[in-house]
Design a protein. Sequence first.
Length: 259
Amino acid sequence: MKVFLQQYRLATNEPHERHMQTILTYDDLLENVDTLRSYSSSPHAEDREYARQLIRQGVCFVVHVAGGEPFFAPSRFVGYKANTRAAHATSPTKDGRITNEVINIIAGSKPNHSEALELEYQQFCTRLGIKPRDKAPFGASRRFWILSKASNFETEVVRSLNDNPAERKKRLRKAPKKPRSLAVIVNVFARNPDVVAEVLLRAKGICEGCKKEAPFRRRSDNTPYLEVHHKVRLADGGDDTVENALALCPNCHRKSHYA
């Protein structure tokens, strides 16, 4: 893959005296994510503001989880080799189309829109003191590099909800309590869709926090919208089980994390 990326770099980049080189490896990508993360928490106001503006203006993000918290790094920064604030500010090369193609190769997939990750992005911006734009330029939705297993999770939950209850319970009895941790571009837990399905069915459209009806219904299938929350976070070693989960309205879910 590295040879292919080197050939891609030669085909897409003009001489290096004028343009920054694109990343070649997964480690190159993580190095840039760590650099931008350090800017976001820097003691220097200029560094913090630089990171915030990049994150606010981003369209496609590499999501990396460290310490249980996701960090959203815009592709147009992390796609260039050994990038820094100074290098990026002075370089004429800031083309997300180029960096997206390189990250696609390293990640093995294109970025996708995810309502769950969009919500995490909004909360991430709030923690940084950023007011995110409603939409990316031209009304586009923000997109994220995630594993295919994670992107298909909602589909698996719907399939579980419509499955035979006896079969679902049978799978739950055999399922491991500790979810697998998958790592490619982001570290995510391969959550059990049967747990989510069972908890949603148990709730019957009523929030298990405030005991009120779900605030609205999903556009896709008209089912009550509730979110499944783990009492003990998976990142803290909690079990991915029905007993460790609650079906909460969005307000109670946020309250459980931040109140």
